[in-house]
Design a protein around this ligand. Structure first.
Ligand SMILES: Nc1ncnc2c1ncn2[C@@H]1O[C@H](COP(=O)(O)OP(=O)(O)OP(=O)(O)O)[C@@H](O)[C@H]1O
Ligand SMILES: [Mg+2]
Length: 260
């Protein structure tokens, strides 16, 4: 059974405390949404899991072993990350970008991909309908197309943990749904640990098995969407009074103009 466990994770940027004593255990086959106001520390938490930040206190256990004990390469085979900032300075084609997902697995980098790698790439190209884009420079893609390529690369990396930071923020409603359907399917089928930072409460409610709300550096609420997407909780987390609609046994949070 795969697992990812955060134990008493605390972090400060200089004197500013961002996260304190975060304890949480993620399980395979589950998509967990991390929600909270802008600047609450969601991206920071993902960066900590990735090992990008220094002087983090606490422990992170991946499959019961501290992430400090993994080599960079071993870690890269296990964990895939889709960042929030999508600025790309390199001139890769879509196909090259996808193939980069195999790098942590390749024994001899100069020999390139073997047949098995190539067929995995093709499988994901078909799954994400990327065939027509393969020779395009990734810089020329639209925001939504680019996100799909990043998801493809993460699938091709075949990690056990998928970390995604607002992957659907640039997508229209149809592509957001498609993206999350593909992600959710993959998490279930491959028994992955899925962790997604997402602002859209309704999408989180539909796709996430569990939700974590971060506020003031702590997990202020956590649980199944049905149990935590509640008026009082949202009011506390976001400082706004939500309008909540219940339909088809689901809860929807609606925007409403506050000042006329
Ligand atoms: N390198 C840095 N140096 C100083 N402060 C930083 C740095 N990076 C982030 N911060 C601050 O840490 C806090 C948490 O940032 P973080 O990016 O984790 O927020 P977030 O929850 O992801 O927000 P958003 O929803 O806007 O993406 C913010 O107040 C931010 O300004
Ligand atoms: Mg962020």
């Amino acid at each position: 059974m795969k697992s990812l466990e955060l134990k008493k994770i605390s972090y400060s940027y200089g004197k500013k405390e961002i996260l304190k004593d975060i304890d949480y255990k993620f399980f395979e086959g589950e998509l967990v949404g991390i929600l909270g106001a802008n600047g609450s520390g969601k991206s920071t938490l993902l960066k900590i899991i990735m090992g990008f930040l220094n002087r983090v206190s606490g422990d992170i256990l991946l499959n019961k072993k501290s992430t400090d004990e993994y080599s960079r390469r071993e870690f890269a085979r296990k964990v895939a990350f889709i960042t929030q900032s999508s600025n790309q300075d390199v001139n890769f084609t879509v196909l090259e970008t996808l193939k980069l997902g195999r790098v942590p697995h390749i024994k001899n980098f100069f020999k390139g991909l073997d047949l098995k790698d190539e067929s995995l790439v093709q499988e994901i190209v078909d799954l994400l309908k990327l065939e027509d884009f393969l020779e395009r420079d990734i810089k020329t893609l639209s925001g939504g197309e680019f996100q799909r390529v990043l998801l493809g690369r993460a699938f091709i990396q075949e990690g056990e943990v998928l970390l995604l930071d607002e992957p659907t923020s640039a997508l229209d409603i149809n592509y957001s749904l498609e993206f999350l359907e593909l992600l959710k399917d993959r998490v279930i089928q491959k028994k992955l640990i899925g962790i997604i930072v997402i602002h859209d409460i309704n999408l989180a409610s539909i796709f996430c098995d569990k939700i974590i709300f971060i506020k003031d550096g702590e997990i202020s609420f956590e649980g199944r969407p049905k149990d935590v997407i509640k008026s009082k909780i949202l009011e506390e987390v976001y400082n706004f009074k939500p309008v909540i609609l219940e339909a088809d046994n689901e809860i929807y949070v609606l925007p409403k103009r506050r000042i006329r």
